[in-house]
Write a protein of this length. Structure first.
Length: 254
């Protein structure tokens, strides 16, 4: 009798994971809290984290010869709110701004780490942190959270914009990409059509103020389906001109 019960329980235990992986082919039994390789060589938790970043509020970043402009649209849970409490853009140095999308709380942690790195570098070396040092440290931070025990990957992608060196993106895997084409969209609305439209409207003779206006118009025309636009506060803009080498905007968190 006892043997039979044990046999039944044992067969149930082998059956349950099979059912789980059959109902959730992407995650399945290899998708618990740790990032673990699946037999086909993928890291499902990482794919899920990257997916989470594509659901975040849109961030648009453009660069031409004169400077850089960034804009973002807030996604709010209720029309009665006009701020979600987490700044999208953070000032890292006078000439570097960081923006994040995806899981807001995760983005805040990364932004905080970036600000701390900048302060520590300035204190130790009496200079602003060079962009390559900042990118390397942040990429290592992201990568750390794909391997360490008891943690999950960050559910956010970030854009790092430097007035002199251009626009860079880092994804949850820790991959750093330099944006060569002059236009980057993170989060919702990242598609060829929107990138093409923005490329067409931003020309090399435009000043950074022109680009701010163009981004505001673009977001109001073509991105509002991805967020809320009850008042103009919902479009958050930051820009820098190469000449001044400085980002300015009241919407950047100091
Ligand atoms: C919005 O999208 C339409 C259709 O693709 C396009 O013609 C238009 O130029 C876009 N507007 C802006 C400001 O990018």
């Amino acid at each position: 009798m006892l043997k039979a019960t044990i046999a039944i329980i044992a067969s149930l235990l082998t059956f349950i994971p099979a059912v789980l992986s059959a109902t959730d082919p992407i995650g399945g039994r290899y998708s618990f809290s740790l990032t673990t390789f699946s037999p086909n060589g993928k890291l499902p938790q990482l794919s899920h984290a990257i997916k989470a970043t594509t659901l975040g509020s849109p961030i648009v970043a453009v660069r031409n010869l004169n400077g850089i402009a960034l804009a973002s649209l807030q996604t709010l849970p209720s029309p009665l709110m006009n701020d979600n409490g987490t700044p999208t853009f953070f000032k890292i140095t006078n000439s570097i701004v960081l923006g994040h999308t995806g899981v807001n709380a995760d983005g805040r942690v990364v932004a905080n780490a970036a600000q701390r790195l900048a302060v520590e570098h300035a204190f130790t070396f009496q200079e602003e942190i060079p962009i390559n040092v900042l990118l390397e440290e942040l990429a290592l931070l992201f990568q750390d959270y794909t391997m360490k025990a008891g943690v999950r990957p960050f559910g956010c992608s970030i854009v790092v914009a430097s007035a002199n060196d251009g626009i860079f993106a880092i994804d949850p895997a820790g991959t750093v990409t330099k944006v060569d084409q002059g236009v980057l969209i993170l989060g919702k609305g990242n598609n060829e059509e929107n990138i093409g439209n923005i490329k067409k409207s931003v020309q090399d003779h435009h000043t950074s103020q022109d680009m701010e206006r163009i981004l505001e118009k673009t977001i109001k025309e073509n991105f509002t389906e991805f967020g809320v636009l009850s008042n103009c506060q919902s479009v958050i803009i930051a820009s820098a001109s190469v000449k001044e080498d400085k980002f300015k905007s009241s919407k950047i968190s100091p």
